[in-house]
Every structure is written in structure tokens, then in C-alpha cells.
Design a protein around this ligand. Structure first.
Ligand SMILES: *[C@@H]1O[C@H](CO)[C@@H](O)[C@H](O)[C@H]1NC(C)=O
Ligand SMILES: *[C@@H]1O[C@H](CO)[C@@H](O)[C@H](O)[C@H]1NC(C)=O
Ligand SMILES: *[C@@H]1O[C@H](CO)[C@@H](O)[C@H](O)[C@H]1NC(C)=O
Ligand SMILES: *[C@@H]1O[C@H](CO)[C@@H](O)[C@H](O)[C@H]1NC(C)=O
Ligand SMILES: *[C@@H]1O[C@H](CO)[C@@H](O)[C@H](O)[C@H]1NC(C)=O
Length: 393
């Protein structure tokens, strides 16, 4: 019996102890729940996670602000880990406020970029000093040549008129040649006016004629096409130190294209080029003007050709794209905005941004060669016309 009692005595005491322990633990848990508000805490946790996600989604695209957010999140996380409930609630409140101010930042951001691009879009209040409104009236041209020159480059113009810029170089095909000028000084302008009266191949606006205003010159030409010559099939923009085999251009490249009302833009295709950040370079591009690491694909300004369909597209985009002084980049930014892709030339040898050593049969199968002086223009052209029948096709 003693054994029995002994046997039952210990478990009974043990049971009492267990009941006490269980009760205490239960009581403690309830206390913790109520006092520390832990239950509430746990219930909020998933909600917070959600809010965090939406918060970050909202901030996407605003890298700087998003980074700042990230920093303050870290600080808040430390408090969070210490389970300081009041801090935690504060964190939630902060998060909500920040989300709202985040939206405000977003708006402010949009406004600043809008006004920044507003103030830096292509400025175009320029007036024509010399115009040729009727150039395309008698007969619609097949090709318009737009050639930027300075007032003091009379020799270049003379050479081009006699050679590749001769408007009747291909029988039966109408070409219009236009030299594009800005304003430099009064004395020189007298000569320009006289030259214009003689040849009727000059258009000029009243912006200062400088290298860094080349975009203004190109846009003057493209807008001129849109206003006075919208029926032309093709347009070529080239430079006064470029040799252009206009005959080859028309016969090999442009004639086979059936419809100039399709988007077509070609030239020496430059892919993946980085902006030059060296201030001494001719092609210097300040980061403030173009922050990107790469330019879009563009065609070297030494010679690009496009169909008339592209003209109104460039004109309308030019009012929205950020203004850059490098004209070929500016035109490429306009094309990019309009989703027009540049066609690579049929052969890489067509457009050359360097000087191709002269040989009749080489020049017979290229479109551009760059770095050619007025004397060379004449020699190369005359030699080519005299000897080209000896070359194989
Ligand atoms: C808890 O939050 C209060 C109020 O924000 C603060 O004063 C206190 O320092 C915090 N304690 C800890 C351990 O974070
Ligand atoms: C921005 O452009 C709008 C028209 O697009 C014009 O009304 C406004 O004056 C311009 N603001 C600035 C600062 O140039
Ligand atoms: C242009 O070419 C035509 C036809 O070859 C020629 O008759 C005319 O003299 C040329 N014009 C100039 C200015 O060289
Ligand atoms: C471009 O032309 C405008 C208008 O004549 C002039 O104010 C500006 O200084 C020129 N810009 C450059 C970079 O030469
Ligand atoms: C081209 O210009 C003429 C008159 O100058 C106009 O009637 C016509 O609508 C224009 N065409 C296009 C496609 O803009």
C-alpha cells in the first residue's frame, strides 16, 4: 500500500505543478499579448510588407529618390529589429507619409523635366534673310541637296556647282541644290546677296553662323523642305568638303527604291557611339546636355539621305526632343522619338567619313568621300566623268 501511496503520491504532486506551470504560461502569454500589443504587431506585419512593395513600385524610375528611401528604410529597420512598438508604429506612419510625399516628388520631378526640356528644345524664331520660295514650283525635284556652308566658302560653292552639285547632272532627273547659311557679318553678306542673285541656290537665316549652330542650319533646311518642297522624293544633307557621286547615288541607291512615301533614312551608320566628354574636342558633349552613355544609332553628318516621308516626322519631333548642337545626333534623336529606324547602306563602302584615295573605279562606286578641297573636287569629278566608262560595273 505504502508502495501504492508512494507510487501515486509523486504523480499527483507533479500534476499539480504542471497545472500551475501551464496556467502561468497561459497567463504570461495573455499578458504579453495585451501589454505589448504583440498580436496586433503580428497582424500588421504582412500588411506592412504589402505597403513596402507598393511604395517601391511607385518609386521606380526615380532612382535618386528611391535610393534615399532605401537609406531611411535601413535606419527604420534597426528600430524595427529592437521591437520598439512605438517606433514601429511611427515607422508605419512615416512610411505612409513618405509614400504621399513620394508621389509629390514624382510630380515635382515631372514638372522639372518638363520645364527643363521646355527651355532647351530647338529654338526656332529665326527669319529668312535669303529664301528661294519658288525653287520647287516649276517642277517637283527628285532630289534636293542641302549643303551647309559659311559665307567665306565661296570657292567650295563654285566647285560644287560645277561638279557633283550640278542640277542637271543626270538627264531627265531634276535636282535642287541649296547652300545653307547663317549670318556672319554685313560686308560678307553683301557678297552673299550678290551670289544668291546670280545662282538662286542660297537660303539664309538670321542666326549666328557658327559650328555650334549647325543644328539650326540643318533644321532650317529640313523645315524649308516641309514648307516649300514637300513633293521632292529624296533629300541629301552633306557638307561642303565632301565629294558626292550624285550620279551613282541616284542610279544605284535611290532609283531602285519604289516609294519615297515610305520611311527611308540612310548614310554612314554610327552604332553604339559614346558622347565625347573632352571639352577640347570638336564633338564635345557636356553631360548636362546629354547625360546618356550612348548615342542612338546615327548617320554621320558628312552625308545622309532620306525620303520625303521622314521630313514632317523630323520637323514635329524637333519641337519635343532636347536640343543638342551636334546636328547628326539631333536628327537621330528625332528619328528615335518617331520610331524610324535607319537603314544600313547596301554596301559599307557607299558612305565614307574619311578621304578615300582617288581612283576612278573606286570613286565610280561610292557615294561620299570626306575631306576634299575645292581643287580636288574639280579634278576628281572631271577625271571620273572622263574615265569611268573604263571601269567594270
Ligand atoms: C522606443 O521609441 C521611443 C519613442 O520613439 C524612443 O524614445 C526610444 O528610444 C525607443 N527605444 C528603442 C530601444 O528603440
Ligand atoms: C513651356 O512651353 C509652353 C508651351 O508648350 C509655354 O506656354 C510656356 O511658356 C513654356 N515655359 C517656359 C518656361 O519656357
Ligand atoms: C552642268 O551639267 C550640264 C550637263 O552636263 C552642263 O551642260 C553644264 O555646263 C553644267 N553646269 C556647270 C555650271 O558646270
Ligand atoms: C547661335 O545663334 C544664336 C542666334 O543668332 C546666337 O544667339 C547664339 O550665340 C549662337 N550659338 C552659338 C553656339 O554660336
Ligand atoms: C504639300 O504642300 C502643298 C502646298 O504647298 C499642300 O497643298 C500639301 O497638302 C502638302 N502635302 C503634304 C503631304 O504636306
Amino acid at each position: 500500500m505504502t508502495h501504492h501511496r508512494k507510487y501515486f503520491h509523486i504523480p499527483w504532486q507533479f500534476a499539480k505543478l504542471s497545472v500551475f506551470l501551464y496556467a502561468s504560461i497561459f497567463f504570461l502569454v495573455i499578458c504579453l499579448c495585451l501589454i505589448a500589443n504583440t498580436c496586433n504587431f503580428l497582424a500588421i506585419l504582412p500588411k506592412i510588407k504589402n505597403q513596402e512593395n507598393t511604395g517601391l513600385n511607385l518609386m521606380e524610375g526615380f532612382a535618386v529618390t528611391a535610393k534615399q528611401f532605401h537609406k531611411s528604410d535601413k535606419a527604420n529597420e534597426i528600430i524595427f529589429q529592437k521591437s520598439n512598438i512605438s517606433s514601429f508604429q511611427k515607422f508605419i506612419r512615416n512610411r505612409k507619409e513618405k509614400k504621399q510625399s513620394g508621389t509629390v516628388t514624382q510630380f515635382a520631378n515631372e514638372e522639372t523635366t518638363e520645364s527643363a526640356s521646355n527651355s532647351s528644345i530647338y529654338p526656332h524664331p529665326f527669319q529668312f534673310l535669303i529664301n528661294e520660295k519658288d525653287k520647287c514650283k516649276q517642277k517637283t525635284p527628285f532630289l534636293v541637296l542641302l549643303i551647309p556652308t559659311r559665307a567665306d566658302e565661296k570657292k567650295h560653292r563654285e566647285a560644287i556647282r560645277k561638279t557633283w552639285g550640278n542640277e542637271s547632272v543626270v538627264p531627265g532627273i531634276k535636282i535642287v541644290r541649296l547652300f545653307m547659311l547663317g549670318f556672319s557679318d554685313k560686308d560678307q553678306n553683301e557678297n552673299i546677296l550678290q551670289e544668291s542673285r546670280q545662282y538662286h541656290d542660297i537660303i539664309q537665316q538670321d542666326f549666328l553662323d557658327t559650328y555650334n549652330n549647325l543644328t539650326l542650319k540643318t533644321m532650317m533646311g529640313i523645315k524649308w523642305i516641309a514648307t516649300y518642297c514637300n513633293g521632292t522624293s529624296f533629300i541629301m544633307k552633306t557638307d561642303s568638303d565632301v565629294f558626292v557621286n550624285t550620279i551613282y547615288l541616284i542610279q544605284e541607291l535611290l532609283r531602285p527604291i519604289i516609294s519615297p512615301s515610305q520611311y527611308f533614312f540612310t548614310g554612314c551608320l554610327m552604332k553604339n557611339h559614346e558622347p565625347i566628354r573632352n571639352p577640347d574636342s570638336k564633338w564635345y558633349m557636356p553631360k548636362e546636355l546629354y547625360p546618356g552613355d550612348r548615342y542612338p544609332d546615327f548617320c554621320s553628318g558628312t552625308g545622309y539621305v532620306f525620303s520625303r516621308a521622314v521630313v514632317p516626322k523630323i520637323v514635329s519631333a524637333s519641337l519635343k526632343v532636347k536640343y543638342v548642337h551636334l546636328e547628326d545626333i539631333f536628327v537621330a534623336l528625332c528619328l528615335e522619338r518617331q520610331g524610324i529606324t535607319i537603314s544600313p547602306p547596301l554596301r559599307n563602302s557607299f558612305f565614307n567619313i574619311y578621304k578615300v584615295p582617288f581612283s576612278t573605279c573606286v570613286y565610280n562606286n561610292i557615294i561620299t568621300s570626306h575631306g576634299i578641297n575645292p581643287t580636288e573636287q574639280i579634278i576628281f569629278w572631271e577625271t571620273l566623268q572622263k574615265e569611268k566608262h573604263m571601269c567594270h560595273k
